[in-house]
Design a protein around this ligand. Sequence first.
Ligand SMILES: Nc1ncnc2c1ncn2[C@@H]1O[C@H](COP(=O)(O)OP(=O)(O)O)[C@@H](O)[C@H]1O
Ligand SMILES: [Mg+2]
Length: 365
Amino acid sequence: METANKDEIVIRTVDLCKTYGTLKAVDHLNLEIRRGEIFGLLGPNGAGKTTTTLMLLGLTDPTSGSASIEGLDCTRDSLAVKNEVGYLPDNVGFYPNMSGRDNLIFSGEMNGLTREQAGERAKQVLERVGMTEAADRDAGTYSRGMRQRLGIADVLMKQPRIIIMDEPTGGLDPQATTDLISMIHDLSKIEGITILISSHDLYQIQKISDRVGIFVKGHMIACGRIDELGRQLQNEGLYMFDVWADRNGDSTWDKDLLNDVRALPNVKLIGRKVDGTIHVESSEDVQRGLEETLLRHNYTVREMHRQGGDLDEIYRKYFERAEAGEKGGKSNGRSKAGADAGEKRTGSDERPSKIRRGLSRILGK
Ligand SMILES: Nc1ncnc2c1ncn2[C@@H]1O[C@H](COP(=O)(O)OP(=O)(O)O)[C@@H](O)[C@H]1O
Ligand SMILES: [Mg+2]
């Protein structure tokens, strides 16, 4: 009946805010999610992703601003919203002593289906998520990956046209993550379901997201298609260079050279990578200056790679720094995910204060 308008906005937030005491967990979030797309709400721990999803489902009230789904106000019409939207929370729970199938049937009956209807639909959705074989085992025996699949099956029992998932790949091993991600992709692309997926897992989520929003400390600092984000990064003045240069075969940069490179406009960071290349960052495009400085010091530039825009860089910029900043600021709650991200950090001489300054620059504060 409904006309499928691809540009139609189905989820919208307008200056959505949530404060806890003095903490701005979500700060003037403006989000528009279109019909049929997969939107990745990406951010490190503590960014405000869960708080946002809770407000969308009317499970917590905004401090100010508003959110709507299919034109329904998420706070005032929260019951209608819950009927409309499938929600996979970050830790989905099932009755451990009931089989996966019985859990689904129970949930279907709670949502007004007869036992027969619930049984029939449970059969379909179990097949859909590849859980038919394990369906009659107690849910308490399931692996985390199976529980997540059952979680999605449970969401599908309602036949929703919109699904909100909070960290669906959290705690999954790489294979289970890949499987789940491809299933989520199919739900959107084959069945036309609009999906909002919150995650810290940029690498996985970008594979399937039509658009992503990068969320740090309650702020959406960038939003768009992955390739667009690259341009936004450059517009925000983040230029990164990996330089391999040598003088008579020696690729170490002497002190004089380093001082002169540091004196280039707005150079924020210089570091040596494990492969021997030198990494230089500036809020200006210092490529010409870099080349000239190297030449003046009798270095020959073998390779110079200007970065910006590819996902690795976005990840490094926004996520790892934010998490490193977190670590410097407070000691609690650094998840396994944060630790994983930390391992990917380059061997440069970043310090939390510098990192924070970098982030403030990004955030314009
Ligand atoms: N009920 C609460 N009371 C106080 N602070 C909270 C509450 N829920 C979340 N926070 C804080 O709000 C911030 C955002 O949290 P959250 O939305 O859970 O982030 P994410 O899901 O991105 O990890 C964090 O600093 C967190 O500690
Ligand atoms: Mg969360």
